[in-house]
Design a protein around this ligand. Structure first.
Ligand code: ADP
Ligand code: MG
Length: 251
């Protein structure tokens, strides 16, 4: 579903992505892990076509997002790290607006009502977005990303600020989404969420993919007890080279 080959991104003098190769299959829940600044958000934005690659190839369902951003946006729902919401609209007005931008017929906005119920924002659905708590705003941007029934979901740290019940709702939603062949790319700092939810994860460090596989495989390769151990082994500065060499030998 998503194919990335030798992807590089420079911002002025800074190189954010250094030759990323990744294949993400249809129906997969794919986790992107890595310390701050490792390139997760940049990678997600290049998949969407919002950020243009300096070099390399990105395809979403065989479409090049840097050439057909609109076509890719039809297939993909995106929850950015810091969503831009219209403060003076209510969530309901915002969903109607997003629905019309995405070309969703008004009668299928019934989906929206179900999402409003599931994420429990009913009580605040007519208040100004500007007055909502951080977690509520996060739910609004998640619902907005789902309105056009996308094939792919790109979620940048989207569990931040959610209460445990909403995390649960979102996790269950993502599981049934992937059972129905939906593809999820999901970045997080919360390793235990990735461990429970993701079919495979990639660990990024300084714009490189340092390890990719199922949590099981990575644990095995790195002789680690948990994904957290794997994460620290892969991302820590000290004793890093031997690990990479061990990985290269094993993969
Ligand atoms: P992450 O999401 O893993 O924290 P980012 O993709 O946001 O990482 O950032 C990767 C690197 O690229 C960082 O060094 C960051 O400072 C830099 N970067 C990200 N966006 C921009 C931008 N718009 N302009 C310049 N540098 C950027
Ligand atoms: Mg980020």
């Amino acid at each position: 579903m998503i194919s990335i080959h030798d992807l590089w991104k420079d911002y002025n003098s800074k190189t954010a992505l250094r030759g990323i190769d990744l294949e993400i299959e249809e129906g997969e829940i794919f986790g992107l892990l890595g310390p701050n600044g490792s390139g997760k958000s940049t990678l997600m934005r290049t998949i969407l076509g919002i950020t243009k690659p300096t070099k390399g190839k990105v395809r979403v369902n065989n479409v090049d997002p840097s050439e057909s951003e609109t076509e890719v946006k039809k297939m993909v729902g995106y929850v950015p790290e810091s969503p831009h919401l219209y403060e003076s609209l209510s969530p309901r007005e915002f969903f109607e607006f997003i629905g019309s931008v995405r070309g969703v017929p008004t009668d299928s906005l019934e989906r929206v009502e179900r999402l409003i119920d599931a994420f429990e924002i009913k009580d605040e659905v007519n208040n100004d977005i500007g007055s909502l708590s951080f977690g509520m705003r996060q739910k609004v941007s998640i619902i907005a990303a789902l309105i056009h029934n996308p094939k792919v979901l790109i979620l940048d740290e989207c569990m931040n600020g959610l209460d445990p019940k909403s995390v649960r709702v979102l996790k269950e939603f993502l599981n049934s989404f992937s059972e129905r062949k939906g593809t999820v790319v999901y970045s997080t700092h919360v390793l235990e969420v990735a461990e429970k939810m993701c079919d495979r994860v990639a660990i990024l460090r300084k714009g490189n993919v340092e390890a990719v596989g199922s949590v099981e495989e990575l644990r095995e390769i790195l002789k680690s007890q948990s994904l957290e151990d794997v994460f620290f082994k892969v991302t820590e500065e000290e004793d890093f080279e031997p690990i990479i060499r061990a990985l290269e030998e094993t993969l």
